[in-house]
Design a binder for this molecule. Structure first.
Ligand SMILES: [Zn+2]
Ligand SMILES: [Zn+2]
Length: 246
């Protein structure tokens, strides 16, 4: 059985009082956390998901609302969970340096700290598949601020299901080539109207919905103009705590 749990579904700024983007992909072989924001640990607690259940964290890109929660995750794993199981953290090139720098910057530096579990970093490269814990991930380049190394993620799970996640991106013509085989396409949709070229808006995704090929499409990373339309626009929208079985 594969479950996808929407831990956080807001834009970067907590629109609608919801948590920022994060998702748990749960299989019998282990669970993967996709993105980890500053509100993710709260979400895991609210939803009764143990941090120890997570064997792998995937980071789509280096914006704070997608990886800022990792220092707290690590500190909690060390001191509260007394974790022993290995933890994989995978992200765009330079992930170990990024995470270590972030930990230092926010006062949770890892240097000299005893970490009682194997902490394994993996650099992701666009269009190259990598098997990490319970997931085979193939990143693809997204259309977002370049300095954040933006990627979407194609994730093949034990049991054969495929979940595709945009990370943050503007709409681009090639996007639908990545979604054709998806059992679930988790698509960012920050705004309703066109205006930003580095985030998807509802008008673009709705216009192209027939091309996507995915068996189910759920919109997330909802900003104010989409948050207020949850459940009332003609495509499925996510909410915090949504759990679906593939
Ligand atoms: Zn974001
Ligand atoms: Zn972003």
């Amino acid at each position: 059985m594969t479950e996808v749990i929407f831990v956080g579904t807001s834009d970067a700024f907590g629109a609608g009082g919801r948590r920022q983007s994060a998702y748990v992909l749960r299989t019998e072989e282990g669970s993967t956390l996709v993105d980890c924001s500053g509100t993710t640990l709260t979400g895991l607690n609210v939803l009764g998901i143990e941090r120890d259940e997570i064997s792998t964290i995937l980071i789509s890109h280096y914006h704070g609302d997608h990886f800022m929660g990792i220092p707290q995750f690590l500190l909690a794993a060390i001191y509260e969970d007394k974790r022993r199981a290995p933890l994989n953290i995978a992200g765009p090139s330079g992930v170990e340096e990024r995470v270590r720098s972030l930990c230092t910057l926010v006062g949770y530096g890892l240097e000299g700290r005893e970490i009682p579990f194997p902490l394994i970093f993996h650099d992701l490269t666009a269009d190259e598949e990598m098997e990490i814990g319970p997931v085979c991930v193939t990143p693809f380049n997204a259309l977002h601020q370049e300095s954040t190394q933006p990627h979407g993620l194609i994730m093949r799970l034990a049991g054969g299901h495929q979940v595709v996640y945009t990370g943050d991106t503007g709409w681009f013509e090639g996007l639908s080539q990545y979604t054709q085989d998806a059992d679930l396409f988790i698509c960012e949709c920050t705004s309703y109207d066109r205006g930003l070229d580095f985030h998807i808006n509802f008008r673009d995704i709705y216009e192209h919905r027939e091309k996507l090929g995915a068996r189910r499409v759920i919109l997330t990373h909802l900003g104010p103009s989409m948050s207020s339309r949850r459940g009332s626009c003609p495509m499925e929208t996510a909410d915090d705590g949504l759990k679906i079985t593939l």
